[in-house]
Write a protein that binds this ligand. Sequence first.
Ligand SMILES: Cc1cc2nc3c(=O)[nH]c(=O)nc-3n(C[C@H](O)[C@H](O)[C@H](O)COP(=O)(O)OP(=O)(O)OC[C@H]3O[C@@H](n4cnc5c(N)ncnc54)[C@H](O)[C@@H]3O)c2cc1C
Length: 540
Amino acid sequence: MEEKKEQPSRLLNDDARKILVETFKGLKRPITLEVYVKDSVNIPYNQLAIRFVRELSEIDPRIVGRFFSIDDERAKKNNVSRTPSVLLDPDHYDIRYTGAPAGEEGRSFIEAILMVSRDESGLSAKAKKTLASLREKRHIQVFVTTTCPYCPNEVVNAFRCAIERPDLISAECIESAENIDLARKYNVGSVPQTVINGKTISIGMQTEEMFINGLMTLEPQQMPAQQAAVRDEFVGEFDLIIIGAGPAGLTAAIYAARSGLKTILLEKSVPGGQASLTPLVENWPGMQRIPGKQLMDLMVQHAKQYAHIHEGEEVKEIKIGKKIEVVTNDGRYLGNAVIIATGATHKKLGVDGEDRLYGKGVSYCATCDAFFYKGRNVIVVGGGNTALTDALYLDSIGAKVTIVHRRNEFRAEKALIDSVTARKINIIWNTEVVEILGDRYVQGIRVRDTGTGKERKIDADAVFIAIGETPMSEIASSIGIKTDDSGFIIVDKEQRTNIPRVYAAGDVTGGVRQIVTAVGAGAVAALTAFSDLAKWKRQG
Ligand SMILES: Cc1cc2nc3c(=O)[nH]c(=O)nc-3n(C[C@H](O)[C@H](O)[C@H](O)COP(=O)(O)OP(=O)(O)OC[C@H]3O[C@@H](n4cnc5c(N)ncnc54)[C@H](O)[C@@H]3O)c2cc1C
C-alpha cells in the first residue's frame, strides 16, 4: 500500500486562491519578492513570510520568490538587518515589510504587489505634482499590528509615495510585535504610527493629502476636523451633493447617478466608512464572510462607475437657499439637493488628558493597540457590547484588565457578560472617569463614585474607551435640521429631513446601524431626491 505523505497545511485556502488568481490578472510585469531571514530569531514569522511568498508564486508564476539568509551579501547590499524582511522588487524600489506581511497587512501586501508590477503609484494628479517638487530624501516607517484594520491604508499611502519617487523615497511597514525594540524607540502606543526621517508625523490613518503634507513638510499632521483652512474656490454645480462615502453615501451615489442626477460624493477621509474597518462581515446577504475592506472596495469601485468621489474633503458648512451651498476645506459646491450620510463615530469621554494622551495610552481600538499592553494594567471604560468585547480581547492577550462602568449593570449581550464573569475580570461599578492622568504617557485615571461623589486615583498604563457611538450630525443641527436627544437626524419614511431637499441616510439617522440598513436608506434617499427634484423643477 502506498504510504500517504502528510502535506503541510496551506496558508491560503481555496477561496482566497480563487480571489488571488483573479486579482493577479491585473499584474503588468513580473515582480520579485525577496525574503530575508535569520534562522534563530522570530522563527514562526520567518516561516510565515517564506510560506506566504511561496504560495503567491504558485498562484502566479510572474511573482518570483527569492529567499536569502540575512548574512548573505545581498542583504548587505539591500541594507537588510531584520528578520523576516520582505522586499518588493528591490532592483527598482526601496519598499519593504520589516516583519511578516500577515493578518490585516496581507491586504496592503497584495495591493503593493499590483502597484509595483504596474509601476504606477495610483496617487492623485495633485499628489503627484506635489511629490515632483520633493528635493530631499525621505524614509517612511509605518508601525502596524497585524490586527489593526486602519493600518493597511496608511501603509499603502507610504508605498504609493515610494513608487512615485523611487529616487528619493523609501518606505517600510514595520510589524510592531516582531520589532518591539523599534516600536519602543519611537514610543509606539497606538497604530498606525507614521515616522518620517526619524520624526513621528502622525498617529492614526491619514488621507492622501495629509500624508503628502507630512512627507513634504516633516511636520506632524492634524486630522482634517482640526484643520482651520477652508478654501473659498467654486468647484462646480450639481443636482445632488452626497456627504460621506460609507455604505449609505456610496449606494445613494449609484442610485442617484443611474436616475440621471449629476452627482458628487464628498468624503473627508478615504471612501468606505466604518464598514471598511470591520475585519470580517458575516451578515451581508449573498456573502457568508467577507472582509469589510474588500466589501467596501467593491462598493467604492461600483460607485466610481457613476459618480466622482472627492476624497479628503470635509464638509464644514451647508447654506440653504434656492441653490444649496456646501463648503468644504477645499472649495464651494452648489447643489439642488443634499444627502447627509456622515455616519457615526466613537464617543469621546470629553475629559482632561483624553486628547493629549491619545496614542500614548489612550485608545479607541482594542484590536489595533492591545498588543502594546500585554502584562500591563489597562482600564476599559464602558458597559456595552464593545466595551465587554474589548475587555475580553485584552484579557486574552494577557493584559491586566479593569472595567470602569458608570452604572451598576452592563448593557451587553448575556454571552459577553457571562464570559467577563467567567474570566473574573475586575469591574468597578457606579464610577465615572473624570480625568486621564499622565505626562508623556497614561499613568492612571481619576474617577468619581456616582453615588458618593468621592474621587480617587487608579494606576493604569492604558485606557481603552468604548462608550458607544455618536452621530456625525453637527453640520446638520447647525442649520436647524431636527435631531433626537442623542443627536441622530430625524427623517421620514423616505429619508427627508425637516428641511426641503435635504435628506439623510445611514447611521447618522440612528435606528438599526448596520451595512444593509445603511445601503437601503441610501437608495431610498437618492430615489426620493430624484422624485422631489423633478417636482421642484416643474414648479420652477
Ligand atoms: C468595528 C465595527 C464593526 C462593524 N461590523 C459590522 C458588521 O459586521 N455588519 C454590519 O452590517 N455592520 C457592521 N458595523 C456597522 C456598519 O459599519 C455601519 O452601520 C455602516 O458603516 C454605516 O454606514 P454609513 O454610510 O451610514 O456611515 P459610515 O460608514 O460611518 O460612513 C460615513 C462616512 O462619512 C464621512 N464623513 C463624516 N463626516 C463628514 C463630513 N463632514 N464631510 C465629509 N465626509 C464626512 C466619514 O468619513 C465616513 O466615511 C460595524 C461597525 C464598526 C465600527
